[in-house]
Design a protein. Structure first.
Length: 302
């Protein structure tokens, strides 16, 4: 990481890592390192002004309350500490559990009963690290018995895998029943099959230089869509590298984003870019329809 003067942006996942690290430092009274971390975060771009104000207020309080630590610790010490993100998350969750015996139930209620949001996802991540058997039962009942948003479903599957759940379950995914092997659920973007990433690469080839904004949104939409359809017929068709399927999905992604950003309805032009012939048109329209329905549904839980 570099500084704000060098135009470095903190993205949400990276920010979560530093927030957890900062929390652990404060809980363990490592005030010098916490101050160094706050100074570093305040130099980074990409956050709302309210976030910088909160960091600054905390830093000023720490400097006033613990002046003896104001010059101890360095930015490199705070940022480059050799503790993995997973280990930090585990420590944080278990510390909270030790402080509050009902912490696990609170996280379950937040995940299961509140609208899909960043807080919902963070609650599920915390549930990954709590050693409470009742959590496994609650997650299994939730995902098999209730109708929930497909993105949230996928996050629950990830939580179940992190918790060591084994075997196959059958759940409703959209309009179909899907059989999911918990032990193979991807935990990181790089865990998805290469064929999934190659579809995005096809879009990059056509847009990255001349339409960088379109490609940025294509990346975001593809990531969300792949998680939402994981285990379905649409997902399985993405894994087929013959019969023009990679080009079909790339064209559907390109057209969906282009229409959303620019109101571009020139479907014929997009098909020509990706070599979608009349023989492939029906399958293209099926893929395109699936993506449009996903975008139209948004974050609304069924």
């Amino acid at each position: 990481m570099t500084t704000k003067e060098n135009n470095i942006v903190l993205f949400p996942k990276t920010l979560d890592y530093y927030q957890i690290q900062l929390t652990v430092m404060l809980e363990n009274e490592r005030y010098g390192e916490a101050m160094a971390m706050l100074r570093f975060l305040m130099q980074c771009q990409g956050q709302e002004q309210k976030q910088y104000d909160e960091w600054n207020a905390l830093l000023q309080w720490l400097e006033a309350a613990f002046p003896q630590y104001a010059d101890s610790g360095a930015v490199t010490d705070a940022v480059e500490e050799e503790v993995s993100e997973v280990e930090l998350a585990r420590r944080h969750a278990r510390f909270k559990q030790e402080q509050d015996a009902g912490y696990g139930n609170k996280l379950l209620r937040m995940a299961m009963d509140e609208p899909l949001s960043e807080q919902t996802i963070l609650a599920l991540e915390q549930l990954s690290y709590l050693e409470l058997p009742e959590i496994d039962d609650a997650l299994l009942r939730w995902i098999t018995e209730r109708e929930i948003h497909p993105l949230l479903q996928f996050r629950v599957l990830q939580t179940m895998r992190r918790r060591g759940t084994e075997g196959t379950i059958e759940i409703r995914r959209g309009d179909e029943q899907a059989e999911i092997d918990i032990e193979t659920v991807p935990l990181q973007p790089g865990d998805f099959p290469e064929s999934i990433m190659r579809i995005l690469e096809r879009v990059a080839d056509q847009t990255e230089v001349h339409e960088p904004t379109l490609f940025y949104f294509a990346q975001e939409l593809w990531s969300q869509f792949v998680m939402a359809v994981y285990g379905t017929k649409d997902y399985r068709s993405m894994l087929v590298e013959e019969d023009g399927m990679p080009d079909i999905w790339a064209a559907a992604l390109h057209q969906t984003v282009s229409e959303s950003l620019n109101g571009n309805n020139n479907e014929e032009e997009t098909r020509a870019i990706y070599g979608i012939t009349d023989a492939l048109r029906f399958r293209f329209e099926q893929a395109y329809r699936s993506m449009r329905l996903f975008v139209a549904a948004g974050m609304n839980t069924p």
